[in-house]
Ligand binder design. Structure first.
Ligand code: GDP
Ligand code: MN
Length: 407
């Protein structure tokens, strides 16, 4: 589960991680009301107005309705173009940004509507760094990554200058050790108070990630100010869904409006569904078989459009819902139903598929491979319908047939 920047910063501040002060606003009035106190507390008349959406890349993102306006805007005081104070500028920005749709490299072309803003103290930035903690599945431990290339997408740094990414694996029993923090600080070129503050931040962030069961905490940029303070200017966080029961306060921060509607609907029907970028929709039972199916599709030259596990206890209604979710994705050019009936019965799957097609139609090729409990009954149901189905003998055969059919 992901949360918004302002929520992430509140959690960090509660645990002693330095962040600029800020206030969340859902109306222009709230945004304007935030300016005075922030300016007073910060001693600077610069504030930053930031769109709150789960996707990153907001600084370089642009609004559909206002192609010249970025998702993050720095506001300075004084008279500019006849607009007098920071408050008037914040009002104008908030009126324009709220309700408009922001497109970034992470939102996809359609963008995401901005429903909340974060008005934050401006910071005199000396350097922008990158710092993150992510769960490294290879070691089963948290990994801290740092780079001097803050403000740039880390994927770009990894492609162009991989040597600029520093890594330290965190021993869960020890946390980030002093020597590791020192090594990172040195690698980032931090000295004096900046190094001291940087190391303290790193150690606190490692502890935060462990305590909060995050799978990713990304601070980009982590800034060094002109007076050697180190603070998080941005904060992206993802939490392990399976550990959320340990953090009810975090679970409450869920913003369903930001989540993929297909994934949300799938959740409501008890389906495990993850949308992917490929063109072959998969309807499978069991997480292991679903992964094997995706691997096999890739092996024969295709790309899966989703991971979908209908589970063991699915009913015709669940299967119908699953099939509808798959067909609604415009990227889907073909569907592969791959079922090994154990607890799940092949006839239930067959009825679900037939029912879904009756309701929503089918305009892409469909390959079905059924095996296991009630397989003959399942096949008879499919045959008796006048569905245009290609049947497959096994998983590989099915993957080849669907990839072939979508070429
Ligand atoms: P992202 O583009 O979604 O990652 O949003 P960020 O929160 O990282 O903001 C984008 C950029 O805005 C940052 O990399 C900074 O360069 C800039 N920015 C954010 N806050 C401030 C600030 O207080 N002062 C200044 N000068 N720039 C800021
Ligand atoms: Mn950022």
């Amino acid at each position: 589960m992901k949360i918004h920047e302002y929520q992430a910063k509140r959690l960090m501040a509660e645990r002693g991680l330095a962040v600029p002060e800020g206030r969340v606003a859902t109306t222009p009035e709230e945004a304007v009301a935030a300016v005075g106190p922030l300016v007073e507390a910060g001693g600077s008349s610069v504030v930053v107005v930031k769109s709150q959406i789960h996707a990153g890349g907001r600084g370089k993102g642009r609004f559909v309705e206002h192609p010249d306006l970025a998702g993050v805007n720095v506001v300075t005081d004084g008279v500019e173009g006849g607009v007098p104070s920071a408050e008037a500028k914040v009002r104008a920005l908030a009126e324009t940004m709220l309700g408009s749709t922001l497109v970034t490299v992470q939102t996809g072309e359609t963008g995401t509507p901005v429903r909340r803003l974060y008005v934050e103290q401006g910071v005199a930035i000396a350097r922008e760094l990158y710092l993150s903690v992510l769960l490294d599945r290879a070691t089963g431990r948290n990994l801290m990554m740092a780079s001097t290339e803050g403000g740039t997408e880390i994927e770009e740094v990894a492609d162009a200058t991989p040597e600029k990414i520093l890594r330290e694996t965190i021993d869960p029993a020890v946390g980030l050790a002093d020597f590791q923090a020192r090594r990172l600080a040195l690698g980032l070129g931090l000295a004096g108070d900046a190094a001291k503050n940087g190391m303290q931040f790193m150690k606190a962030l490692a502890a935060f990630a462990a305590e909060m069961d995050t799978d990713l905490v990304e601070i980009n940029p982590l800034v060094v100010t002109e007076d050697d303070r180190v603070l998080a200017l941005d904060g992206k966080m993802g939490f392990d869904d399976n550990a959320l029961f340990r953090h009810p306060g975090v679970a409450e921060l869920r913003d369903e409006a930001e989540e993929d509607p297909a994934e949300r609907e799938a959740g409501a029907y008890g389906l495990s569904f993850i949308k992917l970028d490929g063109s072959i929709g998969c309807l499978v039972n069991g997480a292991g078989l679903a992964m094997a199916t995706m691997d096999t599709i890739k092996q024969v030259g295709g790309e899966p459009a989703n991971f979908l596990d209908v589970g063991g206890g699915a009913t015709t209604e669940n299967v119908t819902a699953a099939f509808k979710i798959i067909t609604r994705d415009p990227n889907v050019k073909g569907i592969f139903v791959n079922i090994f009936g154990g607890i799940m019965k092949c006839d239930v799957i067959a009825e679900g598929v037939v029912e879904a097609v009756r309701q929503v139609g089918l305009d892409v090729p469909l390959v079905v491979r059924l095996e296991g409990t009630n397989v003959e009954l399942g096949k008879r149901i499919i045959d008796a319908s006048d569905l245009d189905v290609v049947s497959a003998d096994d998983m590989k055969d099915g993957a080849q047939k669907i990839v072939e059919a979508t070429r």
